[in-house]
Ligand binder design. Structure first.
Ligand code: GLN
Length: 491
């Protein structure tokens, strides 16, 4: 394999920046100003952020520079600006979930991942826009207006972590964090042309992530390169006893050995999601095939694999995620957090607050979830969806007896125009490739691989079994190399 994943590659922006800052070749303050200038210039058009923390970031950069000048080691993300999805708690800084319900709410504590960023020397530059409470695939459900895709501002950036994907794509920060419940990191990464990773369920602490569907939610990185995503993954992954589903031991580190190549690895192209399925854009299917061919060329054993239950994942998810959401969002009652509307009595106050505070997609999910969990319907909906979830896990187990990783498109389509998918079912279909890994708790990542319709970015998804991140990142790195070689016109 070539040396393209050595940190000399300009895509490895965060890795190189941290190197410059920690060796004194540059300062955190100077590096930060470049990003703040880009934000100043383009944020008005892109709207990646709910909050930009320019002053706080400058103070923090000065502190980091001082510590480095004093000979201190400040960590692997020395001076690296990071944008964080606005459903991650940040002490004293608005954390809104892009909902009127939490507008102006300032958490009294940091999410575990925010603590990890701070301990690693990173600089928080802002809180990024999302679909309200992370429900959506386009960021159009934000109560504060949509984010625009930097690759084409007439199009959505994907969602729900559209702000985090756009922040990296627009060079507002070299790294960002999102959350992924059914694809919310991978799909926007794909639509914006950046790398996005959903870790194994339990590999990254959910402490301080405002819950959507707790059995599916995971936090993960966005970056321009696989190397940079690996750098951030290694900073945020690890056990945390404050998250009861955090995995106690054996969470892999991924930065070392990224360029080990794919010789001999067994890669399964998922037949049902190969892109020849109805509703998949032909260019997306072609790029996925090109990615599979590139891996074969690099020495992997590539074959087709059938995962028959995978298509049922979508239906199961849209029962299970709303069911969990209906329970998690019961806490927004006009008393404990955020918005309160007046009412003649407690019930009227709660009704008025929830009516005014939640947008229509959130209300739809709460109603769907409440219905699915209600007595008399529980077995028919929630119970059956749980059974489908188990069948998908068993199907994956069978597939992983023969394959190390699986390959699919990340999204059936490239970035679509605003208001193109107003019917909820059409929007939900975006998640067909990403949802299965959430249901199984497995890691998956999206790597940019060429372009599709209208020259817009296409992402290819690499899925791996539980805690299979090392192999997954290696395959991601190989795909990135192949994509660069193809773009550069090489063989
Ligand atoms: N688009 C999916 C949904 O609307 C996934 C969202 C997510 O991963 N947070 O539920």
């Amino acid at each position: 394999m070539s040396q393209q994943n050595e940190p000399t590659d300009e895509l490895n922006e965060a890795t190189l920046l941290a190197q410059r800052v920690s060796t004194g070749a540059s300062t955190a303050a100077a590096e930060l100003e470049n990003y703040l200038a880009t934000i100043e210039q383009s944020e008005g058009e892109i709207h990646a952020f709910n909050t930009v923390l320019a002053d706080e970031a400058r103070t923090r950069a000065a502190d980091i520079d001082q510590r480095i000048a004093a000979g201190e080691s400040v960590g692997p993300l020395a001076g690296v600006p990071v944008a964080v999805k606005d459903n991650l708690c940040t002490t004293g800084v608005d954390t809104t979930c892009s909902s009127k319900m939490l507008e102006g709410w300032k958490p009294p504590y940091d999410a575990a991942v925010v603590e990890s960023l701070t301990a690693a020397g990173a600089i928080l530059v802002g809180k990024t826009n999302l679909d309200e409470f992370a429900m959506g695939s386009s960021t159009e459900n934000s109560a504060f207006g949509p984010t625009r895709n930097p690759a084409d501002v007439t199009r959505v950036p994907g969602g729900s972590s559209g702000g985090s994907a756009a922040a990296v794509a627009a060079n507002f920060a070299p790294l960002s964090l999102g959350s992924d419940t059914g694809g919310s990191i991978r799909q926007p990464a794909s639509l914006c042309g950046v790398v996005g990773v959903k870790p194994t369920y339990g590999a990254v602490s959910r402490y301080g992530l405002i819950a959507f569907a707790s059995s599916l939610d995971q936090i993960g990185p966005f970056a321009h390169s696989v190397t940079d995503a690996a750098l951030l993954y290694d900073v945020i992954a690890g056990h945390d006893q404050r998250d009861s589903t955090s995995i106690p031991t054996g969470i892999p580190t991924v930065s070392d050995g990224l360029d080990a190549g794919v010789e001999g690895l067994r890669v399964g192209v998922v037949k049902e999601l190969s892109g020849t399925t109805e509703g998949f854009e032909p260019e997306v299917a072609r790029q996925t095939q090109a990615a599979a061919d590139a891996l074969a060329e690099a020495g992997a054993k590539v074959d087709e694999v059938s995962i028959p239950t995978v298509m049922a994942g979508l239906s199961a998810y849209y029962i299970l995620a709303p069911a969990e959401a209906s329970s998690n969002l019961a806490r927004y009652d006009g008393v404990r957090y955020g918005l309160r509307q007046p009412g003649a009595n407690t019930a009227a106050m709660m009704r008025a607050s929830r009516t005014a505070g939640f947008g229509s997609e959130v209300k739809r999910r709460i109603m769907l979830g409440t219905y699915a969990l209600s007595a008399g319907y529980y077995d028919a909906f929630y119970g059956r969806a749980q059974k489908v979830r188990t069948l998908i896990i068993e199907d994956f187990e069978r597939a992983y007896q023969d394959f190390d990783v699986l390959l699919t498109p990340t999204s059936p389509c490239v970035a679509f125009p605003f208001d193109a998918k107003t019917d909820p079912l059409t929007m939900y279909l975006n998640d067909v490739c990403t949802i299965p890994s959430n249901l199984a708790g497995h890691p998956a990542m999206s790597v940019p691989f060429g372009t599709g319709a209208d020259g817009l970015p296409v992402g290819v998804q690499v899925m791996a079994p539980m805690l299979g991140e090392q192999t997954m990142f290696r395959v991601g790195a190989a795909l990135e190399n192949a994509a660069q070689t193809i773009t550069n016109g090489g063989a």
